[in-house]
Design a binder for this molecule. Structure first.
Ligand code: BES
Ligand code: ZN
Length: 457
């Protein structure tokens, strides 16, 4: 039997198993879900073992565990390291979900659940591709799995794990499905990811909340100040005003920009999908460039004062915001965090005190289209999707990709098959069953082509 026939035969079970995994609320950011996160790790460990791994273990960390598994068929053959994550984003706001986030339902050929696409569904494709290869005696290469539970909170413990396990993690390529394609008609392979600096700021005015009538007009309002400070971080052309922010930003050649803009993109569809009348972004760049190759600054949340029902007249003592900056090649996350802190302190008026705290961050990544790994991925995708994929740059971040380059000196292949419409990190996250199955097919093909191409170098 071929791996593809095996897959066809077991398709329904492959889906049922994913649905079981999606029922586990493995929210890494929420300590109330610690046990659930551990339960998801156990489930994956068991499934790796069932699929044919020689070894599948739970590696405890200071935070959530890493699941490690491997099957070494012949040390002289190429080795693929699969990375994925089993943790998910918090499901809030719950009232915007059409069905509960951890009670998966299938509607319009899509599975709806938190983590369906990011990344349980995409990660699980690898385990099922592996099973299909092992069960048909067709595994053409060695394979190592490293599935973490802290991707959505910065992968700090994975970084330590990678640094401490360099020997165990020897291999030829990292394979990841945690990104998107342009559309099911236009398959693509991601070759660029943005980095991230994430800051929390707190602006303090008077030593306590005040009556906004008794004191209003005479004492600075930290919420007003915070809004002004944030507004000043971008100019009318959408450029970020922090001194030094654009230093070393990697600029694409005209030719590369032209190629990037050849990717199918329909602005009207984009706007109508988002329910907006007009787009906004840095002057002089297209939408694909704004998300693919340009850095950004965005407020992710802002709070202070009274936000409950009705009206309360209050001049708040404190105001806070969470601000993220997406970074591109040439920028460095700690340097940008430092520049932000200095600038934010500097622009604060004397009427308030400012505290800036950096959260987790990560470096951007750039990948080659001429590597064996890319070629194998391209061939596998073309076979499964019926069209040659085009390379794309995506705006999201997978900080561990740059770390793999740095510590293991290994490039990653980003063979994700999600769609922008999958609502990752949003209510009603979903993953097309078509994409789940095509993904498994693609991964089966990848192992075959990569082993052939890398084995004969
Ligand atoms: N899967 C995403 C990253 C992604 C999404 C890449 C879409 C490309 C296209 C990943 O799980 C994620 O959300 N990462 C975080 C990283 C952060 C928590 C350090 C992100 O991008 O916000
Ligand atoms: Zn993800």
């Amino acid at each position: 039997m071929t791996p593809l026939t095996y897959f066809e035969k077991h398709k329904q079970r492959f889906l049922d198993e994913l649905i079981e995994l999606l029922k586990v609320p493995s929210v890494s950011a929420d300590s109330r879900h610690k046990e659930d996160v551990a339960r998801a790790a156990d489930y994956i460990r068991q499934k790796l073992e069932d699929a044919g791994a020689d070894k599948a273990e739970i590696c405890p960390t200071q935070g959530h565990p890493i699941v490690y598994g491997e099957k070494i068929i012949d040390p002289s053959k190429p080795t693929v390291i699969v990375y994925g994550h089993y943790d998910v984003q918090p499901p809030d706001p719950l009232d915007l979900w059409d069905s509960p986030p951890f009670e998966p339902v299938i509607k319009n050929e899509k599975i709806y659940a938190r983590g369906a696409c990011d990344d349980k569904g995409q990660m699980y494709m690898h385990i099922k591709a592996f099973e299909s290869l092992v069960e048909t005696n067709s595994l053409p290469c060695n394979i190592k799995f490293m599935i973490e539970g802290e991707e959505e909170v910065g992968s700090d413990n994975l970084e330590l794990f990678v640094r401490e396990n360099k020997e165990r993690l020897k291999g030829d390529i990292i394979l990841i499905s945690d990104t998107s394609i342009i559309s099911n008609e236009n398959p693509s392979i991601t070759v660029g990811l943005r980095g991230l600096s994430y800051m929390e700021v707190e602006v303090t005015g008077p030593n306590r909340d005040l009556h906004s009538g008794v004191y209003g007009g005479a004492v600075e309002n930290p919420l007003n100040v915070l809004c002004e400070m944030i507004t000043s971080l971008k100019d009318a052309d959408g450029r970020i005003t922090i001194p030094g922010f654009y230093d070393n930003v990697f600029e694409l050649s005209d030719e590369d920009r032209r190629k990037l803009n050849e990717a199918p993109f329909d602005l009207n569809e984009y706007k109508s999908d988002l329910g907006i009348d007009e787009i906004f972004g840095e002057k002089g760049y297209t939408t694909l460039e704004r998300t693919g190759i340009r850095p950004t600054l965005d407020v992710n949340g802002i709070w202070g004062g009274y936000t409950g029902e009705g009206a309360k007249t209050v001049l708040p003592s404190k105001a806070s915001a969470k601000i993220s900056m997406r970074l591109v090649p040439g920028q460095n996350s700690s340097k940008i965090s430092e520049l932000f802190s200095q600038h934010f302190q500097k622009i604060a008026p004397k009427t308030v005190k400012v505290k800036v705290t950096p959260h987790h961050g990560g470096e951007p990544a750039m990948l080659s289209t001429s590597s064996i790994g890319y070629q194998a991925a391209s061939k596998a995708m073309e076979e499964a999707w019926g069209k040659e994929p085009i390379p794309t740059k995506e705006g999201g971040s997978i900080p561990i990709v740059a770390l793999f380059q740095d510590v293991l000196e290994l490039d990653s292949i980003l063979l994700g098959v999600g769609l922008d419409s999958d609502n990752i990190h949003s209510p009603n996250e979903n993953f097309g069953i078509y994409n789940y199955y095509k993904g498994i097919e693609t991964l089966i093909g990848f192992h075959k082509h990569f082993a052939e191409m890398a084995g004969s170098k």
